[in-house]
Unconditional design. Structure first.
Length: 317
């Protein structure tokens, strides 16, 4: 059986392809270089096809216990805290080294037929050129298909699920999974009143989110007052938050789970501009698990919409 990428897949803004875009059979030896891609593969019931993942892949934990990790963080382990991490990342990127290392020899030995990665964000995964070079080393012209998943919206995220399902020969599973996620999105109950919401992607310096995150707020029935749908996240001064005067501020910190986010908040000195907002005066500053619900473009983004809707409606379930 030949799995061939449809023209609509190749042209879809949610994916970029390297190699022939086809394989002699459905992908059965998958390397995932993205936590979100790992979650997609597992949600499709293909965890047994994973031959390698990243050091950051942690969900679903039970399915990943024995899967080799072939990436590592180049940042020193003692680097912690928003400001220190931001400084170290900028320095590493400026030097051309990147912030992740890839064990390309081990990847080649695993003989993957499909590599899932991304080029959407320079700080979210191994650099795309590094992945392409490793793929060539893993088999030259007959090496694995490399697919860069690059969603900019919730619709794009759902499309990537279908694309991965098609490459693995489980089109029906992908369609069922996406249909279920669409039903959940349609069933989200908005709050009684739409409120102004500031989602925060990074605390120090402040980054406002982009891509699918403003849409998540809208799907939760509210109005995102900072951030740009379909575009990259951007650094902002805190005065921009004061000017937008959100009625709720929600920390969805990139790459941080809830306990880490709370530690970040405890060590953060809120700027005067934040304390001038309606959200601050009304004690409407929240934190959620950023990694699970907003940072990773996979099935759990729908969970994120549901969580945001519950918070903004005053539900504590």
């Amino acid at each position: 059986m030949t799995v061939r990428a449809k023209a609509s897949d190749v042209d879809h803004p949610a994916a970029r392809w390297s190699g022939p875009g086809r394989a002699p059979r459905p992908a059965r030896r998958i390397v995932s270089l993205l936590p979100s891609a790992t979650e997609i593969v597992c949600a499709l019931g293909l965890a047994d096809c994973l031959v390698a993942i990243t050091h950051e892949c942690d969900f679903p934990a039970d399915a990943l216990v024995d899967v080799p990790r072939i990436t590592a963080n180049r940042l020193l382990p003692e680097v912690s805290g928003s400001r220190a991490i931001d400084t170290a990342v900028r320095s590493s990127l400026a030097s051309g080294h990147g912030i992740y290392a890839l064990d390309d020899a081990r990847m080649a030995a695993l003989e993957p037929d499909l590599i899932l990665t991304q080029e959407l964000c320079r700080v979210c995964a191994v650099a795309y050129p590094t992945v392409l070079q490793a793929a060539r080393s893993a088999g030259g012209a007959d090496g694995p298909v490399v697919v860069s998943l690059e969603p900019h919206s919730l619709s794009d995220v759902l499309a990537t699920i279908e694309i991965v399902g098609r490459l693995a020969g489980v089109d029906d599973r992908g369609a069922r999974l996406v249909a279920g996620l669409r039903r959940r999105l349609a069933a989200v109950e908005p709050p009684p009143r739409s409120r102004r919401v500031a989602m925060v992607e990074w605390l120090d310096p402040l980054f406002a989110p982009g891509h699918w995150v403003p849409e998540q707020v809208e799907r939760a029935g509210c109005w995102p007052v900072i951030g740009w749908a379909g575009e990259p996240s951007r650094e902002l001064p805190w005065t921009a938050v004061a000017e937008a005067d959100p009625e709720a501020v929600i920390l969805g910190l990139c790459g941080f789970d809830l306990p880490t986010s709370l530690r970040e908040w405890d060590s953060f000195s809120p700027p005067v501009a934040l304390t001038a907002t309606t959200a601050w005066r009304q004690d409407e500053v929240w934190a959620i698990d950023g990694s699970a619900y907003v940072s990773r473009p996979g099935p759990r983004l729908i969970d994120g919409v549901e969580v945001l809707a519950a918070i903004l409606a005053g539900r504590r379930d």
